[in-house]
Ligand binder design. Structure first.
Ligand SMILES: Nc1ncnc2c1ncn2[C@@H]1O[C@H](COP(=O)(O)OP(=O)(O)OP(=O)(O)O)[C@@H](O)[C@H]1O
Ligand SMILES: [Mg+2]
Length: 248
């Protein structure tokens, strides 16, 4: 990293949130405490615009997964406001959650594939739950599996797929709705170097098509190769926000 370049994110620098504004993601003084007296996130303010490819880095326990969970309402902030696609997800109701998740694709290590379903059926789930016609479900699932290079594996169940193939199915499932936002938490965690690049190329391609992408990763080489912007968390605080040449 270039010395002198890091801009420290300060609470004062963050403008007040505005619904429907340009940034797709906006956090305003967000804190998250799972238990009294400890903070997984502490006073985080940041904005992410359409089509950005942002890496979230920082040591284990820094709050990366927590930040992502807040963005698709899997957790609620203890304090602050979060706007995702113009909605205040801190206050989103039960009915708003499925509507939000239709537009936010998620790849988490613990978001497992359904073992009794084939690769194609696992991708299809994401379309079935939003009421697409069987014909559209079939067409889009197949096209998406093809895009991740797995059309020849479409009738295999997860147990008959390699780790990298399973990860590609999970990514296909996250992208099949053409989400506005993709959240990927350590998407290449268990993969070898070649598969890691394959998955990251697919993720970068989604960003190039206009999807706003957040990737949590410990992998410095990956960050260097793919990141356009890096947010670094430490102890729940946003300590660095680097873009462009400052990353390299
Ligand atoms: N459900 C939970 N209940 C209580 N504490 C939690 C919970 N989830 C996370 N934490 C705590 O919050 C802090 C941030 O955790 P988080 O999972 O966000 O870190 P992370 O940056 O994703 O770490 P890693 O790189 O290991 O995945 C940690 O101290 C963790 O122990
Ligand atoms: Mg994590």
């Amino acid at each position: 990293m270039t010395p002198g370049a890091p801009a420290r994110a300060t609470a004062e620098a963050a403008p007040a949130p505005r619904a429907g504004g340009d940034p797709l993601i906006r956090l305003f003084h967000v804190s998250k405490s799972y238990s009294a007296g400890t903070f997984a996130l502490r006073d985080v303010s940041v904005e992410v615009k359409k089509g950005e490819l942002v890496f979230l880095t920082g040591p284990s326990g820094a709050g990366k997964t927590t930040l992502m969970k807040l963005l698709f309402a899997a957790e609620r902030p203890s304090e602050g406001q979060i706007l995702v696609l113009g909605r205040n997800v801190a206050r989103i109701g039960e009915r708003g959650i499925p509507r939000l998740r239709r537009r936010v694709g998620v790849v988490f290590q613990d978001f497992k594939l359904i073992p009794t379903r084939t690769a194609e059926e696992n991708v299809a789930v994401a379309l079935e739950v939003i009421g697409k016609s069987p014909r559209e479900v079939r067409g889009k699932s197949f096209a998406m599996l093809k895009r991740v290079g797995l059309q020849h594996r479409r009738h295999h169940r997860p147990a008959a797929l390699s780790g990298g193939e399973q990860q590609r199915v999970a990514l296909a499932r996250a992208l099949v709705n053409d989400p506005a936002i993709l959240l990927a938490d350590e998407p290449t965690g268990n993969l070898d170097a070649a598969l890691t690049l394959e998955i990251m190329d697919l993720i970068a391609a989604a960003a190039a098509r206009g999807t706003t992408v957040l990737v949590a990763s410990h992998d410095a080489a990956l960050v260097k190769r793919y990141a356009r912007r890096v947010l670094r968390l430490e102890g729940g605080q946003l300590v660095e926000d680097l873009s462009g040449s400052a990353i390299r």
